[in-house]
Write a protein that binds this ligand. Structure first.
Ligand code: SAM
Length: 270
């Protein structure tokens, strides 16, 4: 392990997806993509031994919140207090994102086993996400940024892109970590969409895209007929100008949002 961490790393725990960054240039690029500014509220998910935290600590933020599931690392960070620094020892999967007041920038080299559900919650439940930069498995990065019609386009793509503009920052190989993961990694940047472009009925959208992408090779009419009365489905598709024979993977993000509104938020169906 190189010495870019804030303190010595303990033996990595596989169950917590611990692959620690050892390349300071990579860490600096993540911080640059986060674009920290004076007075920001910044959260880091999974600081571990603190490679990223070491670069965040000297910045002129107003609050720095570290959320770490591993008690050992949470205690190490808590032992290095700073005004405005808060350490939460807990599971990011159960964090009350709704409680974050004001704008927050969120960063993290995410544990790969929980990255997708975590980002699903963060984009949809954080009241004022200002920006987010996450390191994820490269394949997850491909899904987050996938466009309609591509192999990687699925429920995660539609959901994330309903709330944020997602783009890939850069891709790095296993050698940047200790211990090295088996896969390449990608850093993704999320910039929130204007309120009017976000889903009006998120729960209905979530239901629709989960339903659709369980059977992505089937036609929309066949998939939806199993959940809703057929005449109603056909009428909604016609109103939106969507061919009932289309497959879910060909629908754009705004089309999914409009379809969710039409299908699941009215009172005309069973
Ligand atoms: N930030 C460090 C770095 O880049 O070297 C560590 C990154 S490591 C890939 C993931 C970190 O997330 C570990 O510190 C791990 O303990 C923590 N972690 C794992 N699961 C977590 C969860 N559900 N909630 C919060 N932290 C978690």
């Amino acid at each position: 392990m190189s010495d870019i961490n804030l303190f010595t790393a303990a033996r990595a725990k596989k169950s917590l997806g611990q692959h620690f960054l050892r390349d300071e240039r990579v860490v600096q690029r993540i911080v640059d993509l986060l674009r920290p500014e004076e007075g920001d509220q910044i959260m880091e998910i999974g600081p571990g031994p603190g490679a990223l935290t070491a670069l965040l600590r000297p910045l002129p933020w107003s609050r720095l919140l570290l959320l770490e599931k591993d008690d050992h690392y949470a205690a190490e960070h808590a032992a290095r207090p700073l005004p405005g620094l808060e350490v939460v020892a807990g599971d990011a999967l159960t964090y009350p994102w709704e409680s974050l007041e004001g704008p927050w920038k969120i960063a993290g080299n995410l544990p790969y086993n929980v990255a997708s559900p975590l980002m699903w919650d963060i984009v949809s439940r954080t009241p004022r996400l200002a920006r987010a930069v996450f390191m994820v498995q490269k394949e997850v990065g491909d899904r987050l940024t996938a466009k309609p019609g591509s192999r990687d386009y699925g429920a995660l793509s539609v959901w994330i892109q309903s709330f944020v503009a997602a783009r890939k920052g850069f891709v790095i190989g296993p050698a940047a970590f200790s211990p090295p993961p088996k896969v390449d990694s990608a850093v993704v940047v999320f910039e929130p969409l204007p309120e009017e472009n976000r889903p009006r009925h998120p729960e209905e959208l979530s239901r629709l895209i989960k339903l659709c992408f369980q059977q992505r090779r089937k036609q929309l009419q066949g998939i939806l007929r199993r959940a809703l009365p057929q005449p109603f489905v056909l009428e909604a598709l016609a109103t939106l100008g969507i061919d009932p024979a289309q497959r879910p993977e060909t629908l754009s993000v705004p089309q999914f949002q409009a379809l969710a509104d039409a299908l699941f938020s009215g009172k005309n169906h069973a």
